[in-house]
Design a protein around this ligand. Structure first.
Ligand SMILES: Nc1nc2c(ncn2[C@@H]2O[C@H](COP(=O)(O)OP(=O)(O)O)[C@@H](O)[C@H]2O)c(=O)[nH]1
Ligand SMILES: [Mg+2]
Length: 218
């Protein structure tokens, strides 16, 4: 039954939504994906085995692309951005240069490709706020979310801006699920996940183009 519904859905062309992770190296893109998909935080990083992973959201399949440690190239090529419905633009709130690069390097390329209707601004590493001085204010993050999404008519209370911690998991689910709900407010009209347990069950890692979905790095 599930398979029939999903195949029908694919025929209607709804199953492949592309989301790209964008931002400087070391801001926490891979850690955010790992936290969301595998419910854990891995204190080391290296190149991952997959170019993208598939998140099953109700009856929809959403491809989330990561830069596999090649930000210099992947983050700046039109191929990476092509046909993306959304971009998760991440910076490290303790590293001003990573915020500056979103605004002046990555977003202009994204706009040139004319894709990614939704641009979500993510200020990561919020767990360090108690001990470190942030270099980018919340207001600056909100402002970037506002100017990056002029076509969406969002009011100030609903701007796509999140302060996250991949380390503690704070706001990570909220951020990814905001993206998914933007496209599929009702992920599965016939059997929407209604509890944490169901949601957990709907999270599924599928194979990458090379048959890998290796998200651990140690
Ligand atoms: N304290 C803290 N460190 C983080 C967080 N997210 C990532 N990191 C660390 O930042 C470094 C870079 O993370 P990674 O996910 O590889 O960044 P990427 O290059 O953007 O994919 C790693 O040492 C992570 O452990 C976070 O939320 N809090
Ligand atoms: Mg990475």
């Amino acid at each position: 039954m599930e398979r029939i519904r999903r195949n029908k859905n694919k025929k209607r062309g709804l199953s492949e939504t592309k989301v790209v992770m964008v931002g400087d190296a070391s801001v926490g893109k891979t850690s955010l994906m790992t936290r969301y998909m595998e419910r854990e935080y891995i204190e080391c990083t290296s190149t991952i085995g997959a170019a993208f992973i598939i998140k099953t959201w109700g009856i929809h399949d959403i491809a989330i692309w990561d830069t596999a440690g090649e930000e210099k190239y992947a983050g700046m090529t039109t191929f990476y951005y092509r046909n993306a419905s959304a971009a998760i633009l991440t910076y490290d709130m303790f590293d001003r240069a990573s915020f500056h690069n979103l605004r002046f390097r990555y977003i202009p390329v994204l706009n040139d490709v004319a894709s990614a209707q939704l641009k979500v601004i993510v200020a990561n590493k919020s767990d360090l706020l108690d001990t470190h001085q942030r270099q980018v204010t919340k207001e600056e993050g909100l402002e970037l979310a506002r100017v990056s999404n002029p076509h969406l008519n969002l009011d100030n209370s609903n701007l796509p801006y999140f302060e996250t911690s991949a380390k503690t998991g704070d706001n990570v689910d909220e951020m990814f699920e905001y993206v998914f709900r933007h496209f599929y407010s009702n992920p599965d009209a016939e059997s929407a996940p209604s509890s944490d347990e169901n949601l957990e069950a709907s999270i599924k890692l599928e194979s990458s183009p090379k048959g890998q979905s290796n998200y651990s790095c140690c």
